[in-house]
Design a protein around this ligand. Sequence first.
Ligand code: S3P
Length: 171
Amino acid sequence: VSEERPIKNLVLIGFMGTGKSTVGQLLAEKLEWTFIDSDAALVSREGRSIPDIFSSDGEAYFRNAESRALADILSRNRQVVATGGGAVLREENRQLMKGQGMVVALTATAEAIIERVRQDTNRPLLQGDVEERVTSLLVERQPAYRFADVTIDTTDLSAVSIVEMIAGLIE
Ligand code: S3P
């Protein structure tokens, strides 16, 4: 007899501005699972904002704190986890995500992302020339999102329809 293993968590990965937090919140409501935003968890543990962490202690410090926050979050089950856009950069984080859940990558075109993040002041990596930052980081990052179990292009989809698609995968 084969017994299906229940999915432990749903882990949303993707570049900044692909809708991980918006989709994650709605998806968690629909599934009646807990929603966790890994950036928000990190900020509350650190007691300071992401721009503050980057400017006082730098990106390497942030990445270490991010890995610790993820390990803590993914020790639990039945959660929809929205990860920070750079959480996939470390192999250890990718392994952890795969081992502890189904990994769903959200993508969008550079144009759509630029439109969505243009007014943002909370993302240190996008300060300055937003077009240039998004375009070059996207090229650099794209390979790191490919380990996902499923990839959804959000460019022309509403959050609600993305939620339906993901819920359909596990119900
Ligand atoms: C980052 C993405 C951000 C946040 C930090 C770094 C990145 O999360 O973790 O600013 O390296 O892509 P969002 O993807 O939720 O914006």
